[in-house]
Design a protein around this ligand. Structure first.
Ligand code: OAD
Length: 287
């Protein structure tokens, strides 16, 4: 009725987003990811009822599920965390199509940064260079003595963790903790890269996260209002669920691998992605 008015702006679609990526109009893409991108690799997420980790910690007799990642509880009893670390330690699982899709965005020079909450290391395994990653909740790649703050490589802890022994600092005998960010700890300095990344992003892709944990969740609101946001997730989360969707918010609901496959088909990148996955798969096997 009122031609050109804000109310008449057409709702964007996955096809629109694909066209803009394909034509390289989107060249500074920021990805925000969570545990849902790794469930297709066999790693449980946290909050999905039934299969999520927080519903499956009975064996550890925790006072409440999140205690496994609470720093005060860790000082009291580190055993549950190290049991989980043994399971999650890099090497047990392999990246899936979702991780390789982000790697392909990088290879094409269109990824500005990937912000991940995951601690499984699958982004690095898929060949996304560490400088392109903000591992907001830390990594098993490095570790720190909880007493004298001596730094260690994650590999130096591998044997102890795999044998079920709590790793201790050779210098002061303090417990060495992988550099995973616990509730009650500060996020790594690199998290603040968002202050320069988000204002210049031209597309935000949010995938496999409930956007329940701050401050990470708020990043979804840190792009300019004119910037398209694409959610690929089983359910609507964060600003996509609040009902005041922007015309340039697009939600592709369902399994993340199916959603990414649909986008890849629209982009015409299927073959390239397959090649990347085959090469990556072989490299993983060779390790
Ligand atoms: P959550 O378990 O909270 O959310 C995972 C989201 O991914 C949910 O919305 C699921 O529906 C969705 N999902 C799972 N599998 C999927 C699939 N195959 N396809 C599509 N969607 C799928 O995990 P996060 O958001 O990552 O913190 O949790 C955030 C933080 O909470 C974690 O980093 C962790 C935890 O406490 C720390 O470890 C410090």
């Amino acid at each position: 009725m009122f031609g050109g008015g804000r109310g008449n702006v057409r709702q964007q679609t996955l096809e629109d987003i694909a066209e803009n990526i394909r034509e390289r109009k989107f060249k500074r893409i920021v990805v925000m990811a969570g545990a849902g991108i790794s469930t297709p690799s066999g790693i449980p997420d946290f909050r999905t009822p039934g299969s999520g980790l927080y519903d499956n910690l009975q064996q550890y007799n925790l006072p409440y599920a999140e205690a496994i990642f609470e720093i005060n509880y860790f000082h009291h009893n580190p055993n549950p965390f190290f049991a989980l670390a043994k399971e999650l330690y890099p090497g047990n699982y392999q990246p899936n199509l979702t991780h390789y899709f982000i790697r392909l965005l990088h290879d094409k020079g269109q990824l500005l940064r990937m912000y991940t909450q995951n601690i499984d290391g699958l982004e690095r395994m898929a060949g996304i260079p560490p400088k392109m990653l903000v591992e907001a909740h830390g990594t098993f790649a490095t570790a720190t003595c909880t007493v004298c703050r001596q730094n260690y490589k994650g590999e130096e802890l591998r044997n102890d963790i795999m044998e079920g022994t709590i790793p201790k600092c050779p210098t002061c005998k303090g417990i060495i903790k992988p550099d995973i960010v616990f509730f009650g700890e500060e996020l790594p300095q690199q998290f603040f890269t968002y202050l320069t990344d988000f204002p210049i992003a031209d597309l935000l892709i949010v995938m496999g996260t409930s956007l329940e944990v701050e401050p990470f969740a708020s990043l979804a609101g840190a792009v300019r209002g004119s910037v398209s946001r694409l959610l690929i997730n089983r359910d609507l989360v964060g600003p996509f669920a609040w009902g005041s969707q922007r015309h340039n918010d697009v939600a592709e609901l369902g399994d993340v691998v199916s959603g990414v496959k649909k986008l890849v088909e629209l982009l015409g990148w299927k073959q390239e992605l397959e090649v990347l996955m085959n090469v990556g798969g072989e490299r993983v096997m060779e390790k």
